[in-house]
Ligand binder design. Structure first.
Ligand code: DX5
Ligand code: ZN
Length: 235
């Protein structure tokens, strides 16, 4: 269940979050084991409903099927309408954390409460053109903010650099125990920009699972991001 893998999301430090969306779906168990052995910190799980985003991915049964085979922290990114309605199914399937989109609700604090009461940590996500002000009322109540650096719905898109000022703004406003995640188009050349702006939790799909050697690719990204984070702190 959720708490078993609830390692410290609230401590400072870089986290690599491979997105399962880019994995080979015919051998999910092996793909998860590969990045787990290779040092992934979180497993990013992209859930799409075909309404909020124009694509359908997978849901609780797939997550439940891989849960017994991994000790990774399961970081669910719900790109769905009515996240409060489905939160329980995702926590029961083994998600340790649930991020929902601000664009789907007028009552983000209530949704956050529902998720927390179920025993998972909570994230709030903003689309590329949604301003930071949209999550002002719920910012203090979440464990993580997720900034989309592509339009949600598909892997393999190009990084939208226009979101970097939002990352900087959030990094300056958020507490040290809150994580700032970025998702979409993260790879060599863009992960440094995200880290320089203050993101600390890096989602990457095609730049990890889409590579011949996913573990080597993840490690190279980690090194690049660590260097950029260090430069940010010292410079
Ligand atoms: C997009 C998803 C992403 C996606 C990222 O809707 O939220 O997590 O898997 O894929 P890449 O890293 O290929 O841009
Ligand atoms: Zn995602």
């Amino acid at each position: 269940m959720a708490t078993e893998h609830s390692f410290a999301l609230n401590t400072l430090g870089l986290r690599m979050a491979p997105s399962l969306l880019a994995a080979d779906f015919s051998r999910l168990r092996e793909q998860v084991a590969l990045v787990e052995a290779g040092g992934a910190d979180l497993l990013h799980l992209d859930v799409m409903d075909g309404h909020f985003v124009p694509n359908i991915s997978y849901g609780p049964c797939v997550i439940e099927a891989i849960r017994p085979h991994s000790k990774l922290f399961f970081d669910a990114h719900l790109m769905i309408e009515e996240p409060a309605r489905y939160a329980e199914a995702f926590v029961k399937s083994g998600c340790d954390h649930i991020t929902f989109h601000i664009e789907v609700t007028d009552e983000p604090a209530k949704v956050a409460d529902v998720i927390r009461t179920l025993g998972a940590s909570v994230g709030i996500c903003i689309n590329p053109t949604t301003p930071v002000s949209a999550i002002g009322s719920v910012l203090d109540a979440v464990d993580m903010v997720l900034v989309m650096s592509v339009w949600p719905g598909f892997g393999g898109q190009s990084f939208i650099a226009d979101v970097l000022p939002k990352v900087r703004e959030l990094a300056s406003r958020m507490r040290p125990d809150q994580r700032l995640e970025i998702d979409g188009g993260i790879g060599p050349g863009t992960i440094e920009k995200a880290a320089e702006a203050g993101a600390d939790t890096m989602v990457a799909g095609s730049a990890i699972f889409g590579q011949n050697d996913p573990v080597a690719a993840m490690e190279a990204l980690r090194v690049a991001a660590t260097d950029a984070m260090t430069a940010r702190r010292t410079g």
